[in-house]
Design a protein around this ligand. Sequence first.
Ligand code: ATP
Length: 302
Amino acid sequence: LLQLSAPLNLLGMMYREIKQAFTNLERLFGLLDERMDVQDRSDAVPLRAERPSLRFEDVRFGYDPRREILRGISFEVPRGGTVAVVGHSGSGKSTLARLLYRFYDVDAGRIAVEDADGAVRDLRDVTQASLRQAIAIVPQDTVLFNDTIHYNILYGRPDASREEVEAAAKAAHIHDRILAFPDGYDTEVGERGLKLSGGEKQRVAIARALLKNPAILIFDEATSALDSKSEQAIQAELDRIAEGRTTIVIAHRLSTVMNADEILVMDQGRIVERGRHGELLAHGGHYAQMWALQQQDSNEGA
Ligand code: ATP
């Protein structure tokens, strides 16, 4: 019996480790219990995405065919430009990001990428590997692997050197913090290790994204309330990592969208207002109202 139980225990342990690894991955993408049925076409080509522009053309989509979530979305992110998306919770902002990363295919319309040579490609015509190589997502809530902090940053580009990992951490302003951990970069983090604060986790995600050095960046701003100093720090961070990249910011604080080339205001799956910050304020609609509310909140908070 003893002879048998040792390998069985080992198997049980391995099973738990593997299951944990998958759970981590799925949670990283918010995919638990979601379908993953996107397939490469047999004639899919690799995307060459240096300084691409992006176009959503009358995109319609629902997770469930009975409930349309995006109802005809059109916009363009110019080469190296930034488009910000704002709107109530549930209006469909994160869904845009999921479609761009091609976790799902659109039901109607298309998403197109124009590469450096001017070739316009429907996302469905390029390989998923090349698409995902070109995009980095800084998510709202970063899930850390139960592993070292070094491994957690390295995940952005597994073949990076130790020096490159540290350079990314420095650029994300988390290097000094890491050096203060008990084992520096070899400190175990995550649920079973050192717990990081929300802000620290987002910096790890930024370091990962910087290490990946993507042509396209999706920044899903954390919802949690920040004091104005942290808010300014995040703004500066965002400006820096978005520099030269084609960027979509899903924003919860309007202060982070003021410099965007275009701001899209979403409501129930439609774009109800669009323009630059000043234009939208002058327009006196939803955006102006949201702005007034946030100003009021931050004055009360101060
Ligand atoms: P928030 O600001 O809270 O992040 P959001 O604007 O990003 O919200 P989405 O996450 O895009 O909103 O969700 C849009 C709608 O789609 C919501 O009604 C949500 O319940 C629904 N939804 C999101 N993910 C799924 C899913 N995997 N399956 C079914 N419905 C979903």
